[in-house]
Design a protein around this ligand. Structure first.
Ligand code: DX5
Ligand code: ZN
Length: 244
């Protein structure tokens, strides 16, 4: 197994580059960074359209922020909407649960078509059980860390996850300023997972400058709400994040 949340195609090209450039280059050959636009900044009156536009604009994942008004102050998207959007794109759905009781909702979102589910450790009494259940239901499992949550939360579940979502804003809203203290946390977590097929996704306050910072710190996937939607040229905005 190569990667956790993506199919093998991108890895074939990575291996190919490594072969033609020689083994001494191996450490420099990382696959291209993945971009996961967050629907939180989309036009909710035209969500289907927006998903299709993001698909054509080169989104690697569609990031779906689920909020229940308890764990975070905001309320957003439920499984019925995920199900309605599912036939509109082949792009994997990356569902970020920000709900007080994660276990109550995991199954409904996977049935609706979620491919990856991220849960915050504070939202389940038995994190390992929740992660194992996500995998058993056929999705990739991920732990999401709010800015004040320690990387220690990951320590005993590293074999149970395919991805780690590191938040660089407090969960709840798009368009908040990037929290620079989190860059050190990304580096620590990158070290912590060494050798494992776990992707690091960074979520919050992404723009052309912060994207470069988190990429250097070890990010594999960037979530972006505000930045992808801040002009109507999604293709350009996604490409700009990818190459920053
Ligand atoms: C915040 C969400 C993020 C948010 C990011 O709770 O988890 O995914 O949409 O939005 P920006 O990129 O605008 O900070
Ligand atoms: Zn999110």
């Amino acid at each position: 197994e190569f990667s956790s949340v993506f199919d093998m195609n991108s890895w074939y090209s990575c291996v190919y580059v490594t072969l033609i450039t020689g083994p001494y280059m191996t450490h420099l050959q990382t696959p291209t960074i993945k971009i996961a636009p967050s629907l939180l900044s989309a036009d909710f009156a035209r969500l289907g359209d927006e998903v299709q536009q993001l698909t054509h604009a080169g989104a690697d994942l569609i990031h779906i922020d689920v909020m229940d008004g308890h764990y975070v102050p905001n309320i957003t998207i439920g499984p019925a909407i995920v199900k309605a959007l599912r036939p509109l794109t082949p792009v994997p759905f990356d569902v970020h649960l920000m709900v007080a009781l994660a276990d109550a909702h995991v199954e409904a979102f996977i049935e609706a078509g979620a491919n990856i589910i991220s849960v915050h450790p504070e939202t389940t009494p038995h994190l390992q059980r929740t992660l194992a259940r996500i995998r058993a239901l056929g999705a990739k499992a991920s732990v999401a860390l709010s800015p004040s949550t320690s990387p220690d939360a990951l320590k005993w579940v590293l074999d149970d996850i395919d991805m780690i979502l590191i938040m660089t804003v407090n969960p709840g809203f798009s368009g908040q300023p990037f929290l620079y203290a989190q860059v050190e946390k990304i580096k620590q977590i990158k070290k912590m997972i060494q050798g494992r097929a776990i992707d690091i996704e960074v979520d919050g306050g992404m723009n052309h400058e912060t994207a470069a910072l988190v990429k250097q710190a070890g990010a594999d996937i960037l979530v972006a709400g505000y930045w992808v939607f801040h002009t109507s040229d999604y293709t350009h905005n996604i490409a700009e994040l990818r190459r920053s």
